[in-house]
Design a protein. Structure first.
Length: 634
């Protein structure tokens, strides 16, 4: 195992091998690889063209010469990886399973922006946590443009985050990535001052190559990975409060590849410490800078920011219902663009005119059963319809229930409209009035309180107990008996509850900041001594089964893994009862809305669909073409 240069220095020319393998092949120049390639009977390269190319900092620009340039093929390719992929003599294999990230948000931006969402990622057990995912930390830093070209205020905050990490997550590795060498040096200086005040943490700052702490710049971080990565953007408002759109290596050619490397180094958590937000950057032309702006937006707003970038000109479809409509329209030979943005709104599907490039002849709104009970329904009223018509749109609504109950009728109706519009003239970019407007529809309205929760929802009460005496050593399993009353009282209020929730209550009612394995063992023993049912995850006190939510606060919602199967199944059963009939795709959104989950990720979809399968197997639900209904219905 050697670098290409070391091979030439230390191995005799006659030393040959059965196989030669290049790792990080995107960083190896073709000329540097030749001395290794001739030594092998077989050649394998592993690399990523979306990551860093060979460094050009030390290349010497040669004078123009007419001799030899025509046949110097090596200079035509950036790396040995590019040369091999272009030659056609080697079989490429895409590695699509992403193994590093233990939280989907860590790879979500790169997957959507660099890899066309081709990577197969795996959901973590925790959907939202301060110790997982991507978090944005805005600081009031000042970029010293006329001075050291660094940001000391931001560097101090980064040092504080490092100290906080080793205080709260001492068993996790961490690295710091700065967007410039000047900011890297400023962080190292700030860390020296911070360490002077915390000598008890000095043992964490070892230089182990695999898991030790590091502070590096963008150019030198490829190949590294840590549990936690802290970014320091460094750039931002200068001494006069102005943000210049010059961001060092990110703004140069290949800057987006440097960013892609940096944001994929973490296994569990990324903390982005920045003195500016995406809005401060504004419109820019450099590819790397545009990706930096989008990534800051993603770090601050989450996957909602990514949604605006998916697809050729907007979002992707949002449901299997939209997928079905899109597939049918495409089968008729029309070009369809999902999620067309107009003045802040999004039309579900825009059908382009076949004889007028750039013209949308029809906008399709796909409204499912969720439309009627959604709080956002008021945003899709006649006012929106009028605005879209003034912009030149012809809007056609398709209702989910009608599409699934009478597909032939709805498809024929849609086909007639499309063919009529396609044969008509087009006025302007958007075709609007090529058909006579239908007679106004008389609508009877019934008042409804859209904000009213289902009457079967119960308040989730949080246990409030006396504080646990600081004299009790919870790390000693022999003291489990002293927690029996505490555990029993918490279970009486909150059961069924997850063991992690019980651990949280212990933290809230004691002087312990962290519940380690020894305290957890004591807690499990206390649960057993209290005579409570415990299956390894949930503690049960056998109260009447309820579906519980915390009302009157937006800061509390149980993650999906803290909701037991029986409570989730009960909620689904009650939702189906209220809806009379509802399809699988809609029950996921309804369940998420009921429990207060703003995003229904893959972990939530999996749990809800698994619960639906269990209810179907038990006969408590019946599934047909009309959707799900209660099993005892005739």
């Amino acid at each position: 195992m050697m670098s290409p240069l070391a091979v030439s220095q230390f191995l005799p020319p006659e030393q040959l091998f059965d196989v030669v393998i290049f790792d990080e092949a995107s960083q190896v120049l073709p000329a540097d690889a030749i001395n290794c390639i001739y030594r092998g009977a077989a050649l394998i390269t592993a690399g990523d063209q979306k990551q860093l190319p060979p460094t050009s900092f030390f290349e010497i620009a040669s004078e123009d010469s007419d001799e030899g340039d025509e046949n110097d093929v090596a200079k035509d390719y950036e790396s040995i990886l590019d040369l091999m992929k272009s030659s056609g003599a080697f079989t490429p294999q895409s590695l699509r399973w992403h193994y590093r990230s233990r939280h989907e948000h860590l790879i979500a931006y790169s997957n959507a922006s660099f890899y066309d969402s081709r990577l197969i990622t795996f959901p973590g057990a925790i959907a939202e946590s301060s110790d997982a995912g991507v978090h944005f930390l805005k600081v009031a830093g000042v970029y010293r443009r006329s001075g050291g070209r660094d940001n000391p205020i931001e560097a101090k905050h980064v040092a504080e985050r490092v100290m906080h990490h080793f205080t709260t997550r001492p068993d996790k590795s961490v690295g710091v990535v700065a967007f410039s060498t000047a900011q890297r040096d400023a962080i190292e200086s700030a860390l020296e001052l911070a360490r002077a005040a915390r000598p008890d943490l000095d043992h964490h700052f070892d230089d182990d190559r695999v898991a030790g702490f590091f502070v590096k710049s963008l150019e030198s971080v490829q190949g590294d990975e840590r549990d936690v990565i802290i970014f320091s953007i460094g750039y931002g408002p200068d001494e006069h409060g102005k943000v210049y759109r010059q961001f060092g290596p990110i703004g140069r050619s290949g800057g987006e590849r440097r960013l892609n490397v940096a944001i994929t180094r973490a296994r569990e958590l990324v903390e982005v410490v920045s003195s500016m937000s995406a809005a401060d950057i504004g419109e820019v032309s450099a590819v790397g800078t545009r990706h930096l702006r989008r990534y800051l937006d993603f770090a601050e707003r989450g996957t909602a920011a990514l949604a605006m970038e998916l697809g050729p000109a907007g979002l992707d479809t949002e449901s299997p219902f939209e997928d079905a409509v899109l597939a049918y329209v495409q089968s008729l030979g029309f070009d369809v663009q999902p999620q067309v943005g107009v003045a802040g709104y999004r039309i579900d599907l825009g059908v382009k005119h076949p004889n007028k490039p750039g013209a949308f002849m029809l906008g399709l709104e796909c409204d499912g059963a969720m439309y009627h009970s959604s709080r956002a329904a008021r945003d899709r009223d006649r006012l929106r319809h009028n605005i879209l018509e003034k912009l030149g749109w012809r809007i056609h609504h398709i209702w989910g229930t009608a599409w699934y109950r009478h597909p032939d009728r709805e498809k024929e109706r849609l086909r007639t409209i499309l063919e009529t519009l396609a044969s008509g003239s087009v006025g302007g970019r958007l075709a609007a009035n090529t058909l006579e407007k239908s007679a106004p529809v008389l609508v009877e309205t019934v008042p409804a309180d859209l904000d009213a929760p289902p009457d079967w929802l119960e308040q989730y009460d949080v246990a409030s107990e006396p504080r646990i005496s600081r004299n009790i050593d919870l790390g000693d399993a022999l003291n489990a008996y002293q927690l029996v009353n505490f555990v029993r009282n918490v279970a009486r209020t909150e059961a069924p509850l997850h063991i992690d929730v019980l651990s949280q209550r212990v933290r809230e009612h004691s002087t312990y900041d962290r519940i380690g394995s020894r305290i957890r063992t004591t807690l499990v023993l206390a649960v057993a001594q209290a005579g409570l049912e415990f299956d390894g995850a949930f503690i049960r006190h056998k109260p009447p089964l309820q579906v519980r939510v915390r009302r009157n606060t937006q800061e509390f919602s149980r993650p999906i893994e803290h909701v037991p199967n029986e409570e989730l199944e009960s909620a689904i059963e009650l939702l189906v009862t209220d809806a009379v009939g509802v399809h699988r795709t809609e029950i996921v959104a309804r369940t998420a809305l009921t429990f207060g989950w703003r995003r229904s990720g893959s972990d939530i979809r999996y749990r809800v669909e698994s619960s639906v399968d269990a209810l179907l197997e038990q006969g408590r639900l019946i599934e047909s073409s009309d959707g799900l209904r209660i099993g005892n219905q005739s």
